[in-house]
Design a protein. Structure first.
Length: 227
């Protein structure tokens, strides 16, 4: 789950994430494309409530397709850890090609060292070089609109790995197609999926209009689970 809405403007939505029985693999907090320059009291409170609910909390770091290296990312990661006590990191805009793989592995290793065993989700948004599976716990191999997802095909190499290693993020999914999208994610081998009917510049700024329905569908049926 990408939780990009500020708690000041969406307190009810943040409360929904702590509701018992909500099938969440993790929640990403994004204060200001990173942790910001000082602790945000409302995000501090939201993070504390998620921890109390037993939800894994990840801090967003912008990898800029490999353009930002460890020297830039580690200070931000440290602030997330100190202020919000995150369990790991979501590396947004992770690189796709193999040329950046070795540097990316080194960066992830240093991020893990901050906590001893940080959970790393690599936000590629498309199928990357398969070598990235060695660096991260989970790869986001699709992020985009329903109009493209409904015709998407899984990369052949993913068949050799369990669904728990993959995540799909799909926006602009109409309510009438939500169940179909969940079945597609299952068929494509993604155990974590977040769907929303929202569109626009940042469709992850709030929960989908059918959030309660999506939670019931995932909780009461077979996997995949909502991330």
């Amino acid at each position: 789950m990408l939780a990009y809405a500020h708690p000041l403007f969406a307190p009810g939505e943040w409360a929904e994430l702590t509701r018992p029985g909500t099938p969440l693999h993790w929640v990403v907090i994004n204060v200001h494309r990173g942790p910001g320059v000082r602790p945000d009291p409302l995000f501090l409170d939201a993070a504390a409530r998620l921890r109390e609910a037993g939800v894994r909390l990840l801090g967003l770091l912008d990898a800029a397709r490999g353009g930002r290296r460890a020297g830039e990312l580690l200070p931000e990661a440290g602030r997330y850890l100190e202020w919000y006590r995150v369990d790991g990191y979501y590396l947004d805009r992770a690189p796709l090609d193999g040329h950046a793989l070795e540097e990316y592995r080194r960066t992830v290793a240093r991020l893990r060292a901050l906590t001893g065993r940080a959970h790393i989700v690599s936000g590629h948004g498309a199928y990357p070089d398969p070598g990235y599976l060695e660096a991260a716990d989970q790869l986001v191999t699709f992020e985009g609109p329903w109009s493209r997802y409904r015709w998407a095909q899984p990369a052949a190499w993913t068949e050799n790995h369990p669904p728990e290693r993959f995540c799909h993020l799909v926006h602009g999914v109409p309510r009438a197609h939500m169940e179909t999208a969940l079945r597609l994610a299952r068929w494509q081998g993604a155990a974590t999926v977040h769907l929303t009917d929202r569109t626009g510049a940042d469709p992850w700024e709030g929960l989908p209009g059918y959030w309660a329905q999506q939670v019931r569908s995932v909780r009461d049926g077979p996997p995949p689970c909502t991330g």
